[in-house]
Design a protein around this ligand. Structure first.
Ligand SMILES: [Zn+2]
Length: 327
């Protein structure tokens, strides 16, 4: 049984589902009991094995789905929202998420068409459209199946500075534009979503703003980590991997990782790898095709970050952007 964390009349019941995929190690959500109110923070993934695990954990802790009073989401990704529709089919509860998460969770047609256009143009601009077939097909498939996949409920929009239950809401974009953290100043518990993880960073995934323009996600991510490091947290509960106490140490490690990835990409450009794909293959070899979406997201994010830091510049050629070191 995962240990229950207590402070006064507040309790946390962790639901940590072990997985063996990449760096994530586990998919986490948490039940947070504050007096009579039971809040679910994030909602796991929509896999049968997770459903069983989730219900098993609830039972082990002495709860049922009907005890859940509200759901808070740290961001819109599918490994944080998977149980929402299932819970709603059994009980109507308020769902809270950042206002930018709403069109993403409702999978509005306008949003999805904008997303598809954005990624087509992005991959063309970065000279890798010929490898993007699977990624674009996935976006199109979601568009076709959005009726089944969307969250079927009104979502209460949150923004930076809001307070919900005893939680202070802080916007921490970077991993996704709609990432928020929840901080309880009484217990100093920090629910960080995918902003800061125990043994490694998640990615600052490439994304667009409401006008369909490329966001400076790595810079946002770096700034959000700095914001996070200002909290005097007693314990950090992340979306993956184990909860931890040492925010300063772990946060700094996440920052170092950003600096390392930046330097690695700038070094490749200095070595003459001057397109997104040349850099990707120089670093990741054949993994580039298999893990196209995540790897190219990293290269696009970090080349933009390097450019914003005055380290490189880029020129549009017939086959997309070429990068050059600024001496
Ligand atoms: Zn995520």
């Amino acid at each position: 049984m995962s240990p229950i964390i207590k402070a006064g009349k507040k309790e946390i019941y962790p639901i940590l589902f072990d997985i063996h995929y990449g760096q994530m190690k586990s998919i986490n959500c948490y039940l947070y009991k504050n007096g009579d109110t039971l809040t679910l923070i994030d909602a796991g993934i929509d896999f049968p094995a997770f459903h069983d695990f989730f219900h098993g954990k609830l039972m082990e802790y002495g709860f049922t789905v009907h005890d859940i009073d509200q759901i808070l989401l740290t961001h819109h990704h599918g490994d944080h929202t998977g149980m929402v529709n299932r819970i709603l089919s059994q009980k109507t509860v308020p769902i809270y998420a950042h206002f930018l998460a709403i069109e993403r969770l409702h999978l509005t047609k306008d949003y999805q068409l904008q997303k598809l256009d954005f990624f087509k143009q992005l991959y063309k601009d970065y000279g890798c459209l010929h490898l993007a077939g699977r990624r674009l097909a996935k976006i199109e498939k979601t568009l076709q199946e959005s009726e089944q996949l969307r969250i079927n409920a009104a979502i209460i929009p949150l923004q930076d500075g809001d307070i919900v239950n005893d939680f202070h809401v802080k916007a921490v974009p970077g991993h996704s534009p709609d990432s928020i953290l929840f901080y309880d100043p009484q217990t100093k518990w920090l629910f960080a979503g995918d902003l800061v993880l125990y043994t490694g960073t998640t990615s600052a995934l490439v994304d667009h703003d409401q006008e369909g323009q490329l966001l400076p996600t790595v810079m946002q991510y770096q700034q959000s980590l700095e914001i996070c490091l200002q909290y005097d947290a007693s314990m950090v509960f992340a979306g993956h991997q184990q909860p931890f106490v040492s925010l300063q140490e772990i946060g700094q490690r996440n920052m170092d990782r950003i600096a390392f990835q930046l330097q690695r990409i700038v070094n490749k450009i200095a070595d003459g790898y001057d397109t997104a794909l040349a850099i990707a293959f120089a670093i990741y070899g054949n993994r580039t095709e298999k893990e196209f979406s995540i790897i190219i997201s990293e290269i696009i994010g970090y080349t933009l970050y390097a450019e914003m830091n005055g380290l490189i510049t880029k020129e549009m050629h017939d086959d997309g952007w070429h990068f050059f070191i600024i001496n």
